[in-house]
Design a protein around this ligand. Sequence first.
Ligand code: GLN
Length: 486
Amino acid sequence: MAIHEFGVRELADRIRAKELSAGEAVAAIFDRIDKTEPIIQAFLHLDPEYARRRAKVIDQLSAEELQHLPLAGVPIAVKDNMTTISMPTTAGSKILKGFMSPYNATVVDRLEAAGAIIVGKTNLDEFAMGSSTEHSAYHITRNPWDTNRVPGGSSGGSAAAVAARMVPAALGSDTGGSIRQPASYCGVTGLKPTYGRVSRYGLIAFASSLDQIGPLTRNVEDARLLYEVIAGHDPLDATSLPQTVESGRPSLPDWRDVRIGVPKEYDGEGIAPRVQARYHEVLALLQEQGAQLVELSLPHTRYAIATYYLVAPAEASSNLSRFDGVRYGFRAESNELLPMYERTRAEGFGSEVTRRILLGTHALSAGYYDAYYLKAQKVRTLIRRDFELAFGQVDVILAPTTPDIAFQFGEKSQDPLQMYLSDVYTVTANLAGIPGISTPAGLIGGVPVGIQWLGAALQETRLLEIAQAFEHLWPAQPWPSVGGDL
Ligand code: GLN
């Protein structure tokens, strides 16, 4: 097997055993990137020099020292809304073009301390607002399975890089589905942990009460490996949870001991019949294995999109006020202060970000606050309660990740509402703060589709064990050929 085909566990094991050097892994990865990146365009920055230097450091360690590095020599890509000292951080926006952060995000420090090698920063919808990566100020990213289709978003670059085997793993961020939805569209695994489980320090804020960082990988075991490295309390993030993160070997459940919630709200209006059919196929298979399927209702789901698209833009409008041409990156020249602010923001932000700022400031403005923002916060509580009640009865909830497979470029970008509606199955987990993971569930017409497992807050270990058991049960799928490489 070629080096770029190895997953995280396989690479780290070989590098720790000194069967393979980190230098060889980095060379193989950049060779692969050279061949596939011109087609896919998953990255905004690549730094082979930095990766080689880091590999040298890893290769000088003794076998004994390497034993303490769970990600020894593993090349990893990071979404470009997480700060890095060594490379620019743009969040996919013109307003941060060339911005160099004076500090690393906590997740970046933790990856590096675990022996990982950051190879580059991946493309995203500007400030992570979007579901297709078409809203990047720089370029689009193509879906490795069908280059006429979007990779999903906003972590489209991370998902595409993993699916094209440019890197064994990448980090994404998920505010309303941006890890799980691109994972579904690109046929990879994507985990959004419980809110507060992974430090947001150094993550450029979109909607602070919803944002969460997580891994995109080729399988569930690799997602767990990364999760265990990046999760855990961080004093630099006031919303970081104090609970310790379990680690160690997973014990896969017997399906007869698993109660799976099947919410009726995720199985009706708006879902494409082909995705619905696959969802039912998965449920039938699990039932055959002895899992107990429990039909349940999450009645406030139908308000989720409206709630999310009030709360997220409201928080975004406040978070993005800091980009004023004075403190960061791009500045439009003017002799006067006010026109300078105005022009900087008019020229620096793209149309989707501007739309969110307008939506958010409107929802927060005097006279509308009670009707929109406050009401949305109340509904959010009801959505969270729906889940709390459900997890009194079941271990995990199974749902589709997305209403349909990856769409074509341009199909939804002219119609923001259509784009927003495609987030219907993912935004609820962020509103409720619970963990969710999308795992591949085969292909439909040659492109992948995912299935989503939702767990109770802080129950990542159980969630990952169940998802891994499903991965063993479901037939393994091939990887896409990129530029006819297979
Ligand atoms: N697609 C959603 C949005 O546009 C979610 C984005 C995200 O999770 N970062 O807001």
